[in-house]
Design a protein around this ligand. Structure first.
Ligand SMILES: O=C(O)c1cc(=O)[nH]c(=O)n1[C@@H]1O[C@H](COP(=O)(O)O)[C@@H](O)[C@H]1O
Length: 279
């Protein structure tokens, strides 16, 4: 999917929601466990109930890898189901990969070619040659960690580093340096919703890029604060919520309740869009 197509979907749906499909067999309705593939059945019900309210789905691959080969098959069935039934939705493999060049190329093939996701999350720690293999894929997007939502983000990401330009915080250097990489127009960045006060500075470095923003809902980040400082002329944000939506109920009404939570977020987004763009 192109960035322009994503922007069109945000306009059509008046939403910049990303529903996280982080499926934990201990948390899903127990009646699903009797089915052959409970993870896929859970996802299918959530996707059917929310696809008109969200512009993106983000399965975190850890939640599938934890169940071995069966989990990987559930992931494959989930992405195929989205691509066949709702091809307008932007898909994110939240896998946080990144390795030496030839290994990164294999990761990129796995997520972009074999599974056919639109994007994958990547950690920047190994630098340019670990990220550029992902960027080589046309109309695929690499979402690089910049300033994450967790407490440990302060261990390294906000420390000052020195380079020829003088000292700056590591996450700023990551953003700045990545702009010079080949095909950097295929980059998006992760910025945690719990770090809303940093968005103004981040927008000075990457004014036009899309930011994937996890951390609202269960982690306590504020949608309105993020939008106040992080939105650009194309909205430029994908706000993720996983547990806050998919585990709204663990009864037989789980999909309906997930829709209600997604609708609440979509309505807030619609209001924010209409105030910002006076539509
Ligand atoms: O890359 C991510 O998606 C991510 C980055 C980050 O800084 N913080 C973060 O929570 N995430 C992911 O976003 C999701 C958040 O889930 P909830 O807290 O349940 O909404 C999980 O899949 C996390 O792994």
């Amino acid at each position: 999917m192109t960035t322009q197509q994503l922007i069109e979907q945000i306009k059509i749906k008046k939403s910049f929601l990303c529903v996280g499909l982080d499926v934990d067999l201990n948390k899903i309705p127990q009646h699903l466990l009797e089915l052959e593939d409970p993870i896929f059945e859970f996802n299918k019900a959530i996707i059917d109930a929310t696809h008109d309210l969200t512009v993106s789905y983000k399965p975190n691959t850890a939640f599938y890898e934890a169940y071995g080969i069966k989990g990987w098959i559930s992931l494959q069935k989930t992405i195929n189901y989205i691509n066949e039934n709702y091809p307008e939705v932007f898909t994110i493999a939240d896998a946080k990969r990144g390795d030496i060049g030839n290994t990164s190329s294999m990761y990129a093939k796995a997520f972009f070619e074999d599974l056919n996701f639109d994007s994958v999350t990547v950690a920047p720690y190994m630098g340019k040659d670990s990220v550029e293999p992902f960027l080589a894929f046309e109309n695929k997007h690499t979402i690089m960690l910049a300033l994450t939502s967790n407490e440990g983000a302060f261990d390294f990401q906000t420390l000052n580093v020195s380079d020829s330009l003088g000292g700056k915080e590591l996450y700023k250097q990551v953003l700045e340096t990545s702009k010079s990489w080949k095909n950097s127009e295929n980059l998006m960045y992760v910025v945690g919703a719990t770090k809303a006060e940093y968005f103004t500075e981040i927008r000075k470095i990457v004014p036009d890029s899309f930011l994937l923003v996890p951390g609202v809902g269960a982690q306590g980040g504020s949608l309105s604060e993020v939008c106040k400082y992080g939105m650009n002329a194309n909205v430029g944000l994908l706000i993720n919520s996983s547990r806050g939506i998919i585990y709204a109920s663990n009864g037989t009404d789980f999909a309906e309740k997930a829709r209600e939570e997604a609708l609440k977020m979509q309505q807030q987004m619609e209001e924010i869009i209409s105030l910002k763009f006076k539509v």
